[in-house]
Design a protein around this ligand. Structure first.
Ligand code: PGA
Length: 250
């Protein structure tokens, strides 16, 4: 089964509109011939429209980093999925570990947001991953199973075939401590097995699983050489046009 690679950048709470314009001016020429993978960039909300405009006419898709599950309502400070669509987004990151850790995201809220994203026609990028203490206590599989089943329950095969899954071990995010390609691939295999239990074998084998956590230009090649690793979700190294382009062009 050959799956098309996906390289996604998560800018977190970095970059103004001016920074975003600058990034795209430098980045676009560097990936002008990069047709071998899907490219996604997730800027902060305030830079979304600038990013959408800058990426127009290129294959670069713009995604948001979070959204609420309701269409609209009295939810001060929140943004809805249809609002993202209107802003020109094609995808949305859901359940990033920083949202789980600092903003009370749960498997239940991930599930509700996932339904709303699919309903709005967005590509959801669902993040799962274990803490260092959980890995050390041999709980990696149990944690991922809970996150996968809790986040993805009540999904049809057709819905499932539209999602991207990102494995982001929390101990590797922003720490410079990347999972080795072998560790990541083993977890991806486990996630695909979980997918095969809940969805059709075709869906499970077509699922694209991204690795995230200290992905850099110098380790992307080794990661992508693993058959089980279908792409990367890149934080820090996606902020610089040259380094993100080097990752895209692995
Ligand atoms: P990092 O972040 O590449 O800076 O480790 C990855 C992520 O949080 O998506």
């Amino acid at each position: 089964m050959s799956r098309r690679p996906v390289i996604a950048g998560n800018w977190k709470m970095y970059k103004t509109q001016a920074d975003t314009r600058q990034f795209f001016a430098a980045f676009k020429p560097l990936v002008a011939h990069s047709r071998h993978c899907d490219i996604i960039i997730a800027p902060p909300f305030t830079a979304l429209s600038v990013a959408v405009e800058a990426a127009a006419g290129t294959p670069i898709a713009i995604a948001a980093q979070n959204a609420h599950w309701a269409r609209e309502g009295a939810f001060t400070g929140e943004i809805s999925m249809p609002m993202l669509v209107e802003a020109g987004c094609r995808g949305v990151i859901i359940g990033h570990s920083e949202r789980r850790q600092y903003f009370g995201e749960t498997d239940e809220s991930v599930n509700r947001k996932l339904g709303a994203a699919l309903h709005a026609g967005l590509t959801p990028i669902i993040c799962v991953g274990e803490l260092a203490a959980e890995r050390d206590a041999n709980l990696t599989h149990a944690v991922l199973k809970r996150q996968f089943e809790g986040g993805l329950h009540a999904l049809t095969d057709a819905d499932f075939s539209r999602i991207l899954l990102a494995y982001e071990p929390i101990w590797a995010i922003g720490t410079g401590r990347t999972a080795t390609p072998e560790i990541a691939a083993a977890v991806h295999r486990f996630l695909r097995e979980l997918a095969a239990k809940q969805f059709s074998p075709e869906c499970a084998s077509a699922l694209r699983i991204l690795y995230g956590g200290s992905v850099k230009p110098d380790n992307i090649k080794g990661l992508m050489a693993q058959e089980e690793i279908d792409g990367a979700l890149v934080g820090g190294a996606s902020l610089d046009a040259k380094s993100f382009a080097a990752i895209v062009n692995f």
